[in-house]
Design a protein around this ligand. Sequence first.
Ligand SMILES: Cc1cc2nc3c(=O)[nH]c(=O)nc-3n(C[C@H](O)[C@H](O)[C@H](O)COP(=O)(O)O)c2cc1C
Length: 319
Amino acid sequence: MNPQSLKWPESRILKLFEIENPIVQAGMVWVSGGKLAAAAANSGCLGLLGAGSMYPEILKEQIKKAKNLTQKSIGVNIPLLYEKTEEQIHVALNEGIRIFFTSAGSPKKWTPLLKKEGCIVVHVVSTPEFALKCQDAGVDAVVVEGFEAGGHNGRDEITTLVLLQQMQNLLSIPVIAAGGIGSGQAILAALALGAEGVQIGTAFASTIESSAHINFKHAMCQARFNSTFLRMKKLVPVRLLENEFAKTVALAEERCANKEELEELLGKGRAKEGMLHGNLQEGELEVGQIVSEIKDILTCAKLVEKFKIEFLEAKKRLH
Ligand SMILES: Cc1cc2nc3c(=O)[nH]c(=O)nc-3n(C[C@H](O)[C@H](O)[C@H](O)COP(=O)(O)O)c2cc1C
């Protein structure tokens, strides 16, 4: 199959972000810096910086880095729950960013200001109810994320497949599907269910250009079908690759540890320790269930090419 022959179905997401492929490389803490966002953009996708783990000055640096590596537009993902949110938004605006993916907070708070500045705003949701609230708040699109996804998840534990069906005919704005998408076949399935684009996290986290530590990338390649678990449900649910830390959390949860105990167990800097510094046993390793299907560390361009070939093959099989 020649990936060049692929013509994606018409989609408002392609037009909104002026991209070739209806694929968003997810914004991910400690993993998606300027290098990954630029590589995704150069591969015809929308590349996002994961601002959640960046102090404002680091965010500025990473935006500049991305801009040196690509002529294409890139965006930022900003979780709306940290003290530095306001500063991050202003840094990104001052650096010329006009694509904002927000998550983990109310879309009402920042959407009006971002729209006034001429930005495209997308908010991440895990229920149809919240998707409607986002539409009312004036966002341009929503990412609907099932709980098989890597990173922080919704409390209602709805899968991507079900969420997409719940979303059908609900909104007038476009839907981007996320959670468990790691192949061209899965992209076809998401589009068949009404999504106009997909957001992919775990698979991009494993690429050469991601800033995940090499130990973490190798651990992803070795993960099995049952290597991830949803933990920390009393704090903020997060899907983790099983390791010593995740096992300690599981034991604490079995004995009904309260929120404060879990907070203490988590401590500070555990995600950085695991994902950026490569401490595979004591660090926090955020990945989605689809990690079981990662076999090699590819370049971003190769990963996108693989998605295109698989999409074409799946489409051919259905004819
Ligand atoms: C390492 C990692 C870090 C993540 N960090 C964030 C984040 O900072 N903000 C956010 O909205 N989502 C975050 N996510 C979720 C992704 O943006 C994306 O929606 C999700 O990974 C999609 O599911 P998948 O992992 O099955 O592809 C993270 C995911 C991973 C794997």
